[in-house]
Ligand binder design. Structure first.
Ligand SMILES: [Fe+2]
Ligand SMILES: [Fe+2]
Length: 296
């Protein structure tokens, strides 16, 4: 006798609040000359960040997928699927933005390659250590994302042509912020491993990112413009400014009771889901097709 009862449908990312949204950002033929506060130094920092996302997110996905078979909980498996799909789409859209930056004359391939090489070095550590490093870097992206979404500073400073791509990416970073850490919990977190991930990430990805930014500053001749450098540094790392705020929240990762969800961002996420993908959402028309049940 054959069993004709329909199999229950497998949970997917969209069922657990991590919907992969197929987006096509329409970037203008020509980007604004300096998209961050009309400042070259800060704009090149943003370009460097965009450049390093594709290799970074590829590393994140690989380090999580390496342990996917250890995850037996169906909901977490669906969250892993949602995380993976979101990161793949992020990389694709950042590739497009990076192509636009290249057309603008920024050699963003240099920071991208530098970070790809740094990640190859990181890839020589154990798979467990790589997952711990990914958990740290996902903490960084989540804090960065929350900062972008929780004030209107980023929207005021970043040119409208590219701002929405960052807002969408930031929302999804918050939606999947705890997936990596929860997979890490499945295999058993280790304090020493978590502590080691700080110098490991700083010594590889951190160095490559700074090198990439410096390369862009030199290549664009900005290093000869001290006023721009001073202002760009202030906008990014000055007291109370964007990256200073983000970096100040990094050490919590090493707290013994760290978990990304201890810091509740659900209300912020819901607000931005509505703003970007609600009935009147600013990006709703960019969606290629509905991303399943929980687009909003
Ligand atoms: Fe991402
Ligand atoms: Fe992420």
């Amino acid at each position: 006798m054959t069993d004709t009862a329909p199999r229950p449908r497998r949970l997917q990312g969209a069922d657990v609040g991590i919907p992969p949204r197929q987006l096509d950002f329409r970037l203008p033929d020509e980007l604004a000359p300096w998209a961050y506060s009309e400042n070259a130094t800060a704009t090149l920092f943003l370009a460097m960040l965009s450049a390093i996302f594709p290799p970074g997110e590829d590393f994140f996905v690989r380090s999580v997928v390496a342990f996917r078979d250890r995850v037996t909980d169906e909901e977490l498996r669906a969250r892993v699927a949602g995380f993976t799909a979101q990161e793949v789409i992020h990389s694709r859209e950042h590739d497009r933005l990076n192509a636009a930056f290249r057309d603008r004359g920024f050699p963003v391939g240099v920071p991208e390659k530098a970070v790809a090489t740094a990640l190859k070095v990181l890839g020589r550590t154990s798979p467990r250590q790589q997952l711990a490093c990914t958990a740290l870097m996902e903490h960084f992206t989540a804090v960065l994302a929350e900062d972008i979404l929780s004030t209107d500073e980023f929207q005021k400073r970043v040119h409208g042509d590219i701002c929405e791509l960052w807002l969408w990416h930031a929302l999804e970073e918050l939606e999947h912020k705890s997936v990596t850490y929860e997979v890490y919990e499945v295999i058993g977190t280790d304090q020493k491993e978590r502590d080691r991930s700080v110098p490991l990430v700083l010594g590889t990805v951190g160095v490559a990112a700074v090198f990439g930014w410096a390369y862009l500053l030199v290549q664009q001749g900005v290093w000869r413009r001290p006023r721009d450098l001073r202002e760009g540094w202030r906008l990014m790392f000055g007291p109370g400014q964007f990256m200073r705020r983000v970096l100040a929240r990094m050490p919590v990762f090493n707290h013994p009771r760290f978990h990304p969800d201890r810091h509740d961002t659900r209300a912020l996420e819901q607000r931005w889901r509505e703003t970007l993908f609600g009935a009147q959402g600013t990006l709703t028309e960019h969606l290629r097709r509905p991303a399943g049940k929980r687009t909003v």
